[in-house]
Design a protein around this ligand. Structure first.
Ligand code: GLN
Length: 474
């Protein structure tokens, strides 16, 4: 019987020979097959993962663990390149496409002796909040299978939540790590923009995209972060940082914590979530933290600004998928090159991706550019300025992750606007490029989990993780 609590304990058990990497991998392969109906995995590398586990077990001679992530069983969202393995962004247009190289994050995992067990289902090209836009079909929430797991990294969240791997990677452009983590009751972390190399991450909206980490606890997230956030010459947008996150188990620092009044009073916010967060803010005050309400009257502009800008970037990023050198090629007769592009792309992309490509072209087209794209850029600039002002007086900001707990499958699938609006509390961190985390703390009377979203100033990932650990382990 294999039991996983955290990476550190797993390493202690490996050294004491109470378990082995092979036992761990066998356990997770079994869990993956038992949870097949959740549809969390696209590919499972059973033979390969077992082989690697055996090699690592043999290598651990003299009870030595060399790699920082020795034997850690990890799953990847199907937008992260793993050399010689399929990567499809859950899209027909990349049907059977094989990665030619490793994403830098993946290379760092391998260098530190992690075991990649498979790739996870997600919304097509990471566009969605429910994991209902995938060519591989919907993913189900393991806590209640009538609910969505969240998206777009739904499969990666479910893989950790249902115990099918130790940690997993997702991508977060507007909440795709934090929101599914919240819906599935686990930790989901999006670092400062530029902390993790985006080399080998299939682009959705490049000035927003970040690889994020799912885990059962903050310590595991930190361990993975320290490995995959190494600097990388292949991503020129990376911030220069050579500091490893220092993780002290029992810290009792006092912080200046802000909360946004306009967010907490927002009509979309579930009453029970609101009450739980206010109660938690009260207890933090009693523990000696300074709690300050903040005005944030820009809240209703964040979703429109986010969707205008990300659609514009997506339009450009997805123009490379034309079926000429790689990807889906139509077999129906075509009369000219343009017709060929049209057929390949019309057949290859799903409905939501097409909607965004059209929206992006619209907001970038002459005549509308200033009214939409430039305006949204101005809103982004105002948000960045506001963020700086907030963090001049606060160390941390607390808000809900999502207005509700996990919603019903099919509830919003036919209403894209309702789906977009539900991203109201997560997109801000990506517009501002700041680190953000979802920490699971509460249970709703409907039986579903929810937690707190905590934000910090740019590059203050360490403070964010230390505080998160403080409240998580209390
Ligand atoms: N739900 C948001 C969207 O559809 C966020 C997606 C993401 O973070 N990848 O754009």
């Amino acid at each position: 019987m294999f039991l996983f609590s955290n990476i550190q304990q797993y390493h202690i058990d490996l050294i004491a020979q109470r378990t082995s990497c092979t036992i761990a991998v066998e356990h997770y392969l079994d869990a993956i097959s038992k949870n097949n109906e959740l549809n969390a995995f696209v590919e499972v590398y059973a033979t390969e993962a077992l082989q690697r586990a055996r090699e690592l077990d043999e290598k651990r001679i003299n009870h030595n663990i060399k790699g920082k992530l020795h034997g850690v069983v990890i799953a990847l969202k199907d937008v992260i390149c793993y050399k010689d393995h399929k990567v499809t962004a859950a899209s027909k247009i990349l049907n059977s496409f094989t990665s030619l190289y490793n994403a830098s994050a993946v290379q760092y995992l391998i260098d530190e002796e992690a075991i990649i067990i498979g790739t996870c289902n997600c919304d097509e090209f990471a566009m969605g909040s429910s994991n209902e836009n995938s060519v591989y079909g919907i993913v189900k929430n393991p806590i209640d299978q009538t609910k969505v797991p969240g998206g777009s990294s739904g499969g990666s969240a479910v893989a950790v939540s249902a115990g099918m791997c130790m940690v997993s990677l997702g991508s977060d452009t507007g909440g795709s790590v934090r929101q599914p983590a919240d819906f599935c009751g686990i930790v989901g972390f999006k670092p400062t923009y530029g902390r993790i190399s985006r080399y080998g991450l299939i682009a959705y909206a490049s000035s927003f995209d970040q690889i994020g980490i799912f885990g059962n606890n903050i310590a595991d997230v930190c361990d993975v972060l320290n490995v995959i956030s190494r600097t990388d010459e292949y991503d020129s947008t990376m911030i220069q940082h050579d500091n490893e996150i220092k993780f002290q188990e029992k810290q009792e620092k006092k912080f200046r914590i802000g909360y946004m009044k306009d967010v907490m009073e927002h009509p979309m916010l579930d009453q029970e979530i609101k009450t739980a967060i206010f109660k938690r803010l009260d207890s933090l005050k009693e523990e000696g933290h300074e709690i300050t309400p903040i005005n944030f009257d820009l809240i209703d502009y964040v979703v429109p600004a986010y969707y205008v800008l990300t659609a514009a970037e997506a339009t450009s990023n997805l123009s490379r998928f034309d079926g000429i050198r790689f990807g889906h090629q139509s077999t129906s007769p075509v009369s000219n090159l343009n017709d060929f592009y049209i057929k390949n792309r019309s057949e290859g992309f799903g409905k939501e991706v097409k909607r965004r490509i059209m929206l992006g072209n619209f907001v970038l087209s002459s005549g509308y550019y200033d009214a939409y794209y430039s305006k949204a850029q101005q809103v982004r600039k105002m948000l960045v300025d506001k963020t700086e002002a907030i963090f001049a007086t606060c160390d941390l900001l607390i808000l809900p992750v999502s207005p509700t707990t996990a919603f019903n499958l099919n509830e919003k699938a036919k209403d894209p606007i309702a789906m977009y609006l539900a991203d109201i509390f997560t997109v801000f961190a990506n517009l501002a490029g700041i680190p953000a985390i979802a920490v699971p703390l509460f249970k709703h009377t409907n039986g579903l989990p929810f937690g707190l979203q905590i934000l910090a100033a740019k590059e203050n990932d360490e403070i964010l993780l230390q505080f998160s650990n403080q409240i998580f382990t209390q």
